[in-house]
Design a protein around this ligand. Structure first.
Ligand SMILES: NC(=O)c1ccc[n+]([C@@H]2O[C@H](COP(=O)([O-])OP(=O)(O)OC[C@H]3O[C@@H](n4cnc5c(N)ncnc54)[C@H](O)[C@@H]3O)[C@@H](O)[C@H]2O)c1
Length: 256
């Protein structure tokens, strides 16, 4: 018998081609899961699938925009089964209320909130039928503390935390667990991209400032988030549901 933590499990991971989702996809495949990556950017996900195949792991990429319900339902129907869902795909917007247009607000909500709902809508009935399942939603410490210029993003992640509680409550009788992770800054293309876009010419300085905003003095590595995700999605965490887990280098409680 395999001693891998996710042997025999099927995992659906959104946004699994880059950053945190990539690290989670790799780790879950190393632990024996058959990984299905739902991605807009299939080119980046293809390279990961190749790397997973090279060590004998199982992974495939499904071209999918999580904000489109019909597309999500078609893809999930094709996969047909799911023991684990990681709702990770997300996008950011920098701006306070007055610098958030209706289009900005709708764009963030379409992916971060409606996208998570769409995948839950497609996957939860499969889990319910199986009488088991684990869901992990990617929230953010931006939902817990006030962060400058993150109006739309913060509120979208607050919705992700509330969605986590709602699903955890309603599907408890069906053997489905649902939790969320709230990272502080993680060094991914997401962070590099927004530094480049919003602070041109000051990239190194901004990287340093953002690193030091974690009392521990650095950003997290995506692999560190993947370790927590693995634990929460494994049978070892069978008693855990309806909770949010900050992973933040002391950001929430030690920034004083
Ligand atoms: N990096 C951080 O500091 C940080 C901190 C807290 C929370 N998060 C959250 O973690 C998650 C992953 O962030 P990351 O830093 O790895 O980002 P990333 O940009 O590196 O990766 C996100 C992936 O999601 C995919 N994606 C985006 N929109 C999509 C859509 N509509 N349909 C399908 N796929 C889509 C992208 O193609 C990309 O591969 C996000 O939800 C983000 O809000 C990140």
């Amino acid at each position: 018998m395999s001693n891998k933590k996710l042997a025999g499990k099927t995992a659906i991971i959104t946004g699994g081609g880059s950053g945190i989702g990539r690290a989670i996809s790799l780790r879950f495949a190393q632990e024996g899961a058959a990984v299905h990556i739902l991605e807009l950017n299939t080119a980046v996900a293809d390279t990961l699938v190749e790397a997973i195949g090279a060590f004998g792991g199982q992974a495939s990429v499904h071209s999918c925009d999580v904000s489109k319900q019909e597309m999500v339902c078609d893809v999930v129907r094709g996969i047909g089964t799911a023991d684990i869902l990681v709702n990770n795909a997300g996008i950011a917007h920098v701006g306070d209320l007055e610098h958030t247009t209706e289009a900005d607000f709708d764009r963030i909500y379409a992916v971060n909130v409606k996208g998570a709902y769409n995948v839950l809508y497609a996957v939860v009935p499969l889990m319910k039928k199986q009488g088991r399942g684990v869901i992990l939603n990617m929230a953010s410490i931006a939902a817990i503390v006030g962060i400058t210029d993150r109006f739309a993003y913060s509120t979208s992640k607050g919705a992700v935390q509330a969605m986590t509680l709602s699903v955890a409550r309603d599907y408890l009788p069906y053997g489905i667990r649902c939790n969320s992770i709230s990272p502080a800054r993680v060094h991914t293309p997401f962070v590099d991209g927004f530094i480049a876009k919003n602070y041109p010419g000051k990239e190194a300085e901004m990287f340093e400032t953002l690193s030091k905003s974690q009392p521990i003095g650095r950003m997290a590595q995506p692999e560190e988030i993947a370790s927590l995700a693995l634990y929460l999605c494994s049978d070892e965490a069978g008693f855990i549901t309806g909770n949010d887990y900050p992973i933040d280098g002391g950001f929430v409680k030690l920034n004083n």
